[in-house]
Design a binder for this molecule. Structure first.
Ligand SMILES: [Zn+2]
Length: 244
């Protein structure tokens, strides 16, 4: 019985690791893909910001040219104002002069706003470039690591499965069947009972059952969680497998 239990516990350990490997083999590449998507999002954002900056710069230059030509008009208008010959002409020129003055002040404000916007774009671009570079560097190394790690785990799984097959040959077929059924349903299939408490479900087992566990002649099942149970002291010298 002790030997059978030891086999079952070893089986359980191998199965747990195999399950973990299966989980990681899916989860790690998934995480990598998610990180790559993040990078793609920031890169797209960066591209949009660069395009916006370019557009703003183009508009700024256009406006600057316009302002220059308006300045020319303004000076002309000012000169004209000094040379007018009658009131009617004066009033018209005065109106033109005021309009141009107003336009110049509006455009100055607009240019200042554009400059501030361009400055902001530039700062944001620099920050996002840093993010992209950091993330890209991280992804490069982590993707290589992940691929290597998954490879290693696959190789490990092959070894573990071979060990599992070898051990399962030593387990009595009906016990093995019982083990497999519980394992699929509950994860842990074989658990110790310590001080009358099942370590699988943390419930007390009936004293009678605890007594027969201590005699260790038969395989018993926890009445609450249906796991295969054994007396914890029975395997105590087997430190590698108890208490897991
Ligand atoms: Zn239980």
């Amino acid at each position: 019985l002790r030997e059978q239990l030891r086999h079952l516990e070893e089986l359980q350990r191998l199965d747990a690791r195999l399950q973990e490997i299966d989980r990681l083999a899916v989860a790690l590449p998934k995480q990598l893909a998610a990180d790559q998507e993040d990078l793609g999002r920031i890169e797209a954002l960066l591209q949009r910001e660069r395009a916006q900056l370019q557009e703003t710069e183009a508009y700024y230059e256009k406006l600057q040219d316009q302002v220059k030509s308006e300045e020319g008009q303004f000076h002309k208008s000012k000169q004209k104002l000094g040379q007018v010959k009658n009131t009617k002409e004066y009033l018209a020129t005065q109106r033109e002069f005021e309009t141009l003055k107003q336009l110049a002040s509006t455009h100055d404000e607009e240019l200042a706003k554009l400059q501030a916007a361009m400055e902001q774009f530039k700062q944001s671009i620099v920050a996002h470039e840093l993010d992209v570079n950091k993330l890209r560097g991280h992804l490069e190394s982590s993707s290589q690591r992940t691929i290597a790690h998954v490879e290693e785990m696959r190789a490990e799984a092959v070894t573990l499965r071979a060990q599992r097959d070898a051990i399962s040959k030593h387990v009595k077929p009906d016990l093995f069947k019982r083990y497999s059924t519980i394992r699929i349903r509950r994860g842990l299939a074989v658990v110790p009972v310590h001080d009358g408490v099942c370590k699988g479900c943390n419930m007390s087992i009936p004293p009678q059952l605890y007594n027969s566990l201590q005699r260790a002649n038969t395989f018993e099942t926890c009445p609450n969680c249906q796991r295969i149970i054994y007396w914890s002291r029975l395997m105590e010298d087997d430190s590698a497998t108890t208490g897991a």
